[in-house]
Design a binder for this molecule. Structure first.
Ligand code: HEM
Length: 408
């Protein structure tokens, strides 16, 4: 039985997941926080569990022992209003909120945002291109999504660096001491509530940003409440931020450490092969995706997953990283193959909580990885892969730093 959640595991969890898939596909474990939870590691079970409505997203269904109280959310904020967002609620509330946000966060809005994403990407690369070296997490992967989501929401430019700091606090403390996270969440909430007030006051000016559209969105004459708008902005921020940081970070790292596939990426860029660029991003998501475990689910009644009995109140964590390397589903799952076509990976989840931001994530991921390798064709790692540190958080998988060098 391999040891889980050690530093070694954090840097390469895939061998341990392979063992679990084979020997203990639905495995009860004690998490570093002390909470006991089931890990679901096979693709078929994972896909089924993600769509199973008997697994609730509402933490109130967690039958938690007293020592684990509050460990499945951000302490002090778990029941707070900002936390009643899409990823913590079930139908019918989820259905209503998701329908309303879909009216504001449309494919048209995302497509129209492409030039802005390209501009941000170019500007960030310009800032370090003359230096011959960079930490691609700090200088590139981290700022791009936060500026992008701020722009999309309509956070004024002069406030975006505050957001960058709060987001930095959240990402640095993810999985570690939580005090910083709770403080950042409070600051973000206060800021958002104030911003929403200002946007509401200026609605008639024809503002074309996501917050204004969320305020306008109505369903059978019913509008989102102020708190629902704030919680929606919050989930867009935190679901769309670290995930995209990790797509850019993990994706770049995978290309840098697989020279043959990197060659294929360069060729696709040179030839403008849109199909390969698209299948390539999907494969990078499958191979080493940003979300290692889907977010918490809790059994509302006794049920079976992969033959294993799960008691009511038990937490269930679907291990996307394990499912997406399942040899029962993917040919040669441990091989990175940018041209892979049969690739229904679970990197964006599945079912009613399927990633709302997938079109934006694809847009940002492609802009980032295409522009980076075009602008800096001889980009190379400036560290031994074994020396790179991965963040030890439970849900996300991503690098702390990604030092690179290149010809300026
Ligand atoms: C949900 C992955 C980017 C917004 C999810 C889920 C996954 C995921 C796996 C489902 C979680 C679960 O069922 O427990 C990713 C990845 C991304 C990414 C890999 C980047 C590569 C984004 C972006 C946004 C976003 C850019 C928005 C700006 C959301 C929201 C949900 C969600 C709002 C909750 C949907 C719901 O509960 O109905 N994402 N995401 N994501 N994602 Fe993403």
């Amino acid at each position: 039985m391999p040891e889980l959640f050690t530093w070694e595991f954090a840097s390469d969890p895939y061998p341990a997941y392979a063992w679990l898939r084979e020997h203990a596909p639905v495995h009860r474990t004690t998490l570093p926080s002390g909470v006991e939870a089931w890990l679901v590691t096979r693709y078929a079970d994972a896909r089924q569990a993600l769509a199973d409505q008997r697994l609730s997203k509402n933490p109130d269904h967690h039958d938690e022992p007293s020592h684990a109280k509050g460990k499945t959310g951000i302490p002090g904020e778990r029941k707070a209003e900002l936390m009643t967002h899409l990823l913590n609620i079930d139908p019918p509330d989820h259905t209503r909120l998701r329908r309303l946000v879909a009216k504001a966060f449309t494919p048209r809005r995302v497509a129209a945002f492409a030039p802005r994403v390209q501009e941000l990407t170019d500007r960030l690369i310009d800032q370090f291109a003359a230096k011959g070296e960079a930490d691609l997490i700090h200088d590139f992967a981290f700022p791009l999504p936060i500026y992008a989501i701020c722009d999309l929401l309509g956070v004024p430019g002069e406030d975006q660096d505050d957001f960058r700091d709060w987001a930095g606090m959240m990402i640095r403390h993810g999985g570690g001491p939580r005090g910083g996270v709770a403080r950042s969440v409070k600051k973000i909430r206060a800021y958002l509530v104030d911003l929403i007030h200002r946007k509401r006051g200026a609605l008639d000016d024809g503002a074309d940003d996501l917050i204004s559209d969320l305020i306008r969105a109505s369903d059978h004459g019913e509008h989102l409440t102020e708190n629902e708008v704030a919680a929606m902005c919050f989930v867009l921020l935190f679901a769309g931020f670290e995930t995209t940081v990790n797509l850019i970070g993990n994706g770049t790292y995978s290309l840098l450490t697989h020279p043959e596939q990197r060659e294929i990426w360069h060729r696709a860029l040179a030839e403008g092969d849109a199909e390969l660029l698209a299948t390539g991003i999907e494969e990078l998501l499958r191979f080493d995706g940003p979300v290692e475990l889907a977010t918490w689910r809790f059994a509302t009644e006794p049920l079976r997953i992969g033959g294993q009995e799960i008691a009511a109140g038990d937490p269930v964590l679907v291990v996307l990283a394990a499912a997406d390397r399942d040899p029962e589903r993917f040919a040669e799952p441990d091989t990175l193959d940018l041209s892979r076509r049969d690739n229904q990976h679970l990197g964006y989840g599945h079912g009613i909580h399927y990633c709302l931001g997938a079109p934006l994530a694809r847009l940002e991921g492609k802009a980032a990885l295409a522009t980076l390798f075009t602008a800096l064709p001889d980009l190379r790692l400036a560290a031994n892969p074994d020396d790179l540190r991965w963040r030890g958080g439970l849900i996300m998988r991503g690098l702390r730093t990604l030092p690179v060098e290149f010809t300026p």
